[in-house]
Design a binder for this molecule. Structure first.
Ligand code: HEC
Ligand code: HEC
Length: 289
């Protein structure tokens, strides 16, 4: 049988196939065994796959596989599972007070995520994406509160608004002392000088006159020493934090025309759960009391 033994290539020592093209011979080097084994395994796997999973198109659809699995079904199932988990959290939010939510780390994390999202959707355009505030819109991350920083205060503010159209709104209007001719220009300039001394500006002659004007016209809301009043929503004037600016001209403008910033009410626009999440979120921003 030696005539069937393959010829050996003299250069490489490898067997040769019988093929020859214009004197060029082909080495007979089969693919390695590991390669063949993997190749066979993939064929076996693909046959198994056709049987188990949806695979081949048919005239009226496709083969559905042994267990009827489909990626659409898998997504639907995952959604149902996450809905169920959410519904669990939502029920717990519904049943818990803000304090209880804050005491439960898992529920707090859920409420904070929802609160942050609702804040970005509804509040950030006025209060800033980081709730840092801007001129005319108070910062919600410091502990300087116009109306109060307890959870209950914050919830009331969000629910009913400030100078909003809700009948329960928080409400207080600073008179427009100049526009309504309650004080003269000079008196307003003097009282502005006095207000500046409350947060550290040096006393002037005008400020001394202004002190009396302040006691007569302003202290009822802002307090004897400008410490502010939360019942009135009257800002503290002695802390160097200004909603409408702390330059002399800003203060003159505030006293002349008043400002009357409006915070909309959210009670009938957001669900009770979202209101609660927003309260938790704002309460935990850093200034919560
Ligand atoms: C249209 C602008 C606007 C939007 C939107 C808005 N606010 Fe306000 N918010 C204000 C203004 C103005 C004030 C200050 C009113 C005042 O002078 O007392 C305020 C005040 C507040 C206060 C009271 C701060 C304090 O010092 O007592 C809280 C809390 C608050 N907003 C939370 C929110 C939340 C939460 C949202 C979103 C659901 C929101 N605001 C949306 C304008 C807005
Ligand atoms: C009826 C209560 C009331 C009286 C009286 C009053 N204020 Fe006000 N004041 C407020 C309220 C409420 C605000 C909040 C601003 C707004 O209208 O949105 C305010 C705001 C201010 C601010 C702006 C503070 C800031 O952070 O920018 C200044 C300054 C001020 N008042 C000074 C005065 C002076 C001076 C007088 C007296 C001439 C006076 N107020 C009398 C209620 C009052």
């Amino acid at each position: 049988m030696s005539s069937h033994r393959p010829e050996i290539d003299s250069l490489s020592g490898e067997p040769l196939t019988p093929h020859e093209w214009d004197g060029i011979r082909e080495l007979d080097t089969p693919p390695p065994r590991w390669w063949l084994l993997i190749y066979a395994a993939t064929i076996v796997f693909s046959v198994g796959y056709w049987v188990v999973y949806p695979a081949w198109p048919t005239m009226d659809g496709f083969t559905r596989g042994l267990f009827g699995w489909s990626s659409r079904g898998a997504v639907a199932e995952a959604l149902t599972a996450s809905d169920a988990a959410r519904a669990g959290f939502e029920t717990r939010i519904q049943a818990s007070t803000v304090e209880e939510i804050e005491a439960d780390p898992e529920l707090l994390r859920y409420a904070m995520a929802g609160g942050r999202a609702a804040f970005l959707d509804n509040c950030a355009q006025c209060h800033g994406t980081g709730a840092q505030g801007q001129a005319g819109f108070p910062s919600l991350i410091d502990d300087d509160w116009l109306w109060g920083g307890t959870a209950a205060d914050i919830e009331q503010t969000i629910r009913y608004g400030i100078r909003s159209t809700h009948p329960e709104t928080r409400f207080m209007e600073m008179p427009a002392f100049g526009a309504d001719q309650l004080l003269s220009r000079d008196e307003i300039a003097d009282v502005a000088d006095y207000v500046l001394t409350l947060s550290g500006a040096p006393a002037t002659e005008g400020a001394a006159r202004g002190a009396e004007i302040f006691a007569a016209n302003c202290a009822s809301c802002h307090g004897e020493r400008g410490e502010g009043s939360r019942e009135m929503g009257a800002p503290r004037l002695s802390d160097g934090i200004w909603l409408y600016g702390g330059e002399r001209e800003d203060i003159i403008r505030t006293v002349t025309y008043s400002r009357r910033g409006v915070m909309p009410h959210w009670e009938d626009r957001l669900s009770p759960e979202v209101l609660k999440k927003l309260t938790v979120f704002v309460h935990s921003l850093g200034g919560g009391e």
